[in-house]
Design a protein around this ligand. Sequence first.
Ligand SMILES: Cc1ncc(C[n+]2csc(CCOP(=O)(O)OP(=O)(O)O)c2C)c(N)n1
Ligand SMILES: [Mg+2]
Length: 713
Amino acid sequence: MQSSSIAAQPALTSSKTDASFETPSEADLKTGSLTSAQLREAYRHMLSSRLIDDREILMKRQNRIYFQVSAAGHEAAQTAAGMALVAGHDWFYPYYRDRALCLALGVTAEEMFLQGVGAARDTASGGRQMPSHWSDAAKHIVTNSSPTGTQFLQAIGCAHASKLLGRDEVTLVCTGDGATSEGEFWESINIATLDKLPLLYLVEDNGWAISVPVEKQTPGGSISKLLEGFPNLLRLEVDGCDFVATYEAMQTATAWVRQRNGPAMVHASVTRPYSHSLSDDDRLYKSAAEREDENRRDPLPRMADYLVEQGIATREDLDRLSAELFAEFDAISQRVQDEPPPSVSGILQHLYSETVDPTGAGFDTKPAFTGDPRTMVDEINLTLHEEMRRNDRVLMFGEDVADCSREENLPALKGKGGVFKATLGLQRVFGSDRCFNTTLAEAGIMGRAIGLATRGFKPITEIQFFDYIWPAMMQIRDELATIRWRSVGGFSCPVVIRVATGGYLTGGAIYHSQNGESIFTHIPGLRVVMPSNALDACGLLRTAIRADDPVLFLEHKKLYREPYNRSPHPGPEYLIPFGKARIAKAGEHLTMVTYGALVQKCLVAAQRLEAANPGCTVEVIDLRSLSPYDWPAIAESVRKTSRVMVAHEDTKSWGFGAEIVARIADELFCDLDAPVGRVAAMDTWVAYHPTLENAILPQVDDVVREGERLLRF
Ligand SMILES: Cc1ncc(C[n+]2csc(CCOP(=O)(O)OP(=O)(O)O)c2C)c(N)n1
Ligand SMILES: [Mg+2]
């Protein structure tokens, strides 16, 4: 142990156990070092953490809980972090091992045991997440998930929010050594150092990622050494089994970040004496010597020895504390056995916003048209301007979306404003804080948006091409869509993801023509909409922005500037509810259910079918909204026509149409006079040569052929 004059240091003024968690004044923020009382408090957190782990392990062996992962060996580093920062003021993105951190931030033992049994009263997740997946909005502990690495980019967004709000908060993001190999870690280091964000990394380096040792994970074996070339980054290496040393490192790093010098990293070497989790047995891959060495370094007995050596506590004091805590946790663990489980009827609660319903009448307004007809991309641009003017928390960012990153040159230039010009002028009008170019990294765009949304901003992101959305997929599926549900409403992130999608471009080829909406409609918690014309683009985008759920807003590139789908501007209050289809053309004998670029093709096909089949009329339904979709409109039409097909641009098998067709077969079987048809792309990629592109993507002829088959059946 280092530091000989701890007791002489000024006492800290803010208490970790203060239940109010009001924003402290400047004077309350921790700047000093440790008192005897605080050292005893630190030991209490460390010992509590270990004893709760031991108790949970017992409960798991008795099948009274269903999962266990411990903080054993990490307690000193975590407690130091928890005591150096301020719950309810600073922000926390913990790792799944961070029990001692959370105890130091004020999470109670009872709350932890409630997680273990998955009780209804579990405030972190209501029995939805494994234990040690922390969440406490009042303490600013942001709900954490299981994917290793997603926390980094959300923490970027959170730190960015503090910067935009001009607050001196520090965002702490915790990780193991293994997770620093994830691409998202490197994206975050890039952004944090580039933007000098107030972000503090705590690397709890136990030398192992399950069974993989650090030298097989990190070149040279030290992540902090590897980061030497990054500017503005303070790096501190410390023995994380030494509480006092780690606390001092955390204090130094916190001050660096709070004073806005840039991000910092505390690289704490710790141990992992209890295997990875109860599902793992480290004797299979760790030598006896390695395990003995870990035991020698154990932070808990080390801290006890230190307290005794320094005259801060006696052995008897520590034994008494241990007995007290043991009895306390024994009692709580017994008590939680009788806790009612979560109710099955509440399973869907918090999947979407409980307060704002974008399918409701409040989102159904009449247009007040003005001006000449405008293209779809112009309507998107105008709607973005109007909504950014209306709400200063709306931000727009992505690749190339700003007019000119070098602001000083902006007055003399026309500006870029997106590769399709959808965001032109937003930076010029609203400033570079509100419309800006990000690094070329899609996970970074999404993670940052999630973090900003968690802090109350309304981020609109642009993914330049649907074909390149995949690096963001982990953030979209495992984070964006899950955060409200997994935290039982504790957190939400209502981000709008604008994506340029679709083909028919002549030369778009594989990587500028992709669709894939069914991959996203398959994600619970995410809304998916796709306008086919300028008017719907305006109304649906405004609803997306004013809604309280994450929305994927699919903008078809081919439709951006089509003359046939233009509209005069319907006004700054025009809204279209989600889940409400538009009858693009009424008819009596065949229903076409479609959306996006196929709407116009179906309308043309309908004319041809009607001309060839006198007396027959075709109904074309433009779904507009894919999740939720307008089942009543489909059902009503099919009951009338008894013949139906689904037409979309994406590939056929396992596509969006398959779901609609299956539901028609299930619920409307008795209303049908013909098989349910499908028109879609071939099950392959869109090719470059126009002849191939035309053959691969569905054309008017394909719709007509399928229509004839159904009409003649
Ligand atoms: C993206 C992702 N890949 C794999 C896993 C499975 N997994 C869980 S923990 C872990 C090792 C993490 O090691 P490290 O970051 O060093 O943390 P430690 O458990 O050692 O504290 C792995 C591979 C996961 N949860 N997420
Ligand atoms: Mg590790």
